[in-house]
Design a protein around this ligand. Structure first.
Ligand code: MF3
Ligand code: CO
Ligand code: CO
Length: 279
């Protein structure tokens, strides 16, 4: 592929005609181990997400969990990024940088973690709340989760990437929310970000056809207001232009012969909702 990094060319397996890597059956185990660790870490941070906690503290706890597991953070050192997580609060769409700023009651936040286990990347994010959320915030979180799952329902050989985006867009817009266009999901595997771009909007039947052995993320960002975003002076933090609330959920998945395997399912059943189950 023109422009493809040398590491991608040198990997086992093969690229299909769209330049998307088709992994081997035995590669699923590597992705499952990486995905499980990432999901477990997001389970274990849940009790620490509360008013008064700083996002830097949450990040430090997660960095320690990654180290304790003998794994590697994929984000520390990635394009100059220096943290083990992105933590995106309220109107931050994605790539929020952990800071000393403390959570306030009713804040909603996405924590996104990517770990490397035996060379395989596990990338997942989910929503948390600091104390009980406002009704509209809870509704946005529910819609965003269900939009991701509507996208995942499309994943089977023969369907297209356009089907995934169309299902997410139809669901979100039916609930009067908007889909962020400026960021997308991505192929992954032994690399963090690979072809294709997985759009969270689109037209049915368009785009590359899904094949068994494809590994990618689906990670829709859904806004209560308009879809436009802007990136702050720090060159990372993306926020909604209209400052409306934004939510995101992310799974890493692999296409199987009959559907898909979700690598980042929560072992504790906490992917969503994280707060309703705490009694
Ligand atoms: N985990 C993010 C994703 O879903 C990427 C974060 S890159 C970082 O693709 F450098 F901002 F951490
Ligand atoms: Co991702
Ligand atoms: Co991520």
């Amino acid at each position: 592929m023109p422009g493809e990094p040398a590491i991608e060319r040198s990997l086992p397996g093969r690229l299909n005609k769209d330049g998307i890597r088709i992994h081997e059956r035995e590669d699923f185990a590597g992705m499952a181990a990486a995905g499980r660790l990432a999901a477990e870490i997001l389970d274990r941070i849940a009790p620490h997400v509360e008013p008064g906690a700083s996002t830097a503290e949450l990040d430090a706890r997660i960095q320690a969990m990654i180290e304790e597991a003998g794994a590697t953070s994929a984000t520390i050192g990635y394009k100059g990024y220096r943290h083990a997580t992105c933590i995106s609060v309220n109107h931050v769409v994605c790539h929020g940088i952990p800071s000393e700023k403390r959570l306030k009651p009713g804040d909603i936040l996405n924590i996104d973690v990517t770990v490397i286990v035996d060379g395989w990347y596990g990338d997942t994010s989910r929503m948390y709340v600091a104390g009980p959320p406002a009704r509209k915030a809870e509704r946005l979180i529910d819609i965003t989760h269900d939009a991701l799952m509507a996208g995942i329902e499309q994943v089977q050989p023969g369907n297209t990437f356009g089907d995934i985006g169309a299902a997410i867009q139809r669901f979100a817009e039916a609930h009067r929310c908007s889909v962020v266009r400026d960021f997308c999901g991505h192929g992954l595997g032994r690399v963090f970000h690979a072809p294709p771009n997985v759009l969270h909007y689109g037209r049915w039947g368009t785009g590359p056809v899904l094949e068994p052995g494809m590994f990618f993320t689906i990670e829709p960002m859904i806004n209560l207001g308009r879809p436009e975003t802007k990136v702050l002076e720090d060159d990372w933090t993306a926020v909604t232009k209209d400052r409306s609330l934004s939510a995101q959920f992310e799974h890493s998945i692999g296409v199987t012969e009959t559907g898909c395997e979700i690598f980042t399912l929560s072992p504790a059943g906490l992917f969503h909702p994280t707060w309703k189950r705490e009694g």
